[in-house]
Ligand binder design. Structure first.
Ligand SMILES: Nc1ncnc2c1ncn2[C@@H]1O[C@H](COP(=O)(O)OP(=O)(O)O)[C@@H](O)[C@H]1O
Ligand SMILES: [Mg+2]
Length: 256
């Protein structure tokens, strides 16, 4: 299943937020969207997920959803969005209940996604008993439980410390290598973008426009060992972003 964005443009009142965003996301691809704070990244993801509609432009899904998919587009948020009074398996089962799936069928799906995210031993734990990294793994397991065509990830590692972020990046690479999931991955973190993206879409400051698209033709699994090349890529993306980020900062200072 392919995700197609055509000319997404939007304003909130007088504030132009996004302008003419078009790109395609192919099956099995991770597209990272990077841009300065406030440039419209989360807004774009809300449009893709259908939580809001843009003033103009369209979001299309072409082709068939994965077999047994309960929801073609599913979110993973920075703050994990787990229910604190539900266990790990309870948080996953909630989504399945929303789709009318209970009992043995739900248990089979829960067993499967917890195994795939290495959480099988933690199924009875409550969120407060888990580290931030583990909580985000639960959110990933929950997202996988609907067998989505595309995962919509909004700064999923931003609430984590740098070591945990590294570990989660390794987990995501391992998961992708096994399962070839598709994701639209929003971040303002260059290191994440060059580690996880097959393509990086660099947005300008608000209103977010596509400044540049950087293709990274290097297998995800090899990237940790090719640090020099990743560094170079990171610098290349930063060159594009630097002026946008600086101007965005000045505009915030103007308002303040
Ligand atoms: N529901 C809304 N109503 C009004 N303005 C909004 C709304 N959501 C976002 N904005 C504004 O749109 C701009 C982009 O926001 P956002 O998409 O959250 O940026 P990012 O995720 O890139 O930091 C910001 O200026 C923000 O204040
Ligand atoms: Mg955001």
């Amino acid at each position: 299943m392919e995700l197609i964005l055509r000319n997404i443009t939007h304003s909130y009142g007088e504030t132009e937020v996004l302008e003419g965003i078009s790109f395609n996301l192919k099956h099995g691809e991770i597209v990272c969207i990077i841009g300065p704070s406030g440039c419209g990244k989360s807004t774009l993801l809300r449009f893709i997920g259908g939580l809001e509609r843009p003033d103009s432009g369209e979001v299309l899904l072409a082709g068939d959803p994965p077999s047994g998919s309960l929801n073609p587009l599913t979110y993973i948020f920075q703050d994990f969005a787990l229910l604190p009074w539900r266990t790990v398996e309870g948080n996953v089962s909630l989504v399945l209940e929303d789709h009318g799936i209970r009992g043995e069928r739900a248990k089979a799906i829960i067993d499967d996604v917890l195994a795939r995210t290495k959480l099988s031993d933690f199924r009875k734990a409550l969120p407060r008993q888990l580290s931030g990294g583990m909580k985000q793994r639960v959110a990933i397991a929950r997202a996988l439980s609907v067998n989505p065509a595309v995962m919509l990830m909004d700064e999923p590692l931003s609430a984590l410390d740098s070591q945990t972020r590294e570990l989660l990046m390794d987990d995501l690479v391992e998961l992708w290598t096994r399962e070839r999931f598709s994701a639209c991955y929003v971040t303002h973190n260059l290191a994440e973008a060059v580690r996880l993206g097959h393509r990086i879409i660099v947005l300008s400051r608000r209103p977010g426009r596509i400044r540049e698209v950087v293709e990274i033709d290097m297998p995800l699994s090899e990237r940790p060992d090719r640090i020099a090349e990743l560094d170079r890529l990171q610098r290349q993306v930063w060159q594009i972003m630097r002026e946008e980020a600086r101007q965005a900062d000045l505009e915030i200072a103007d308002v303040a």
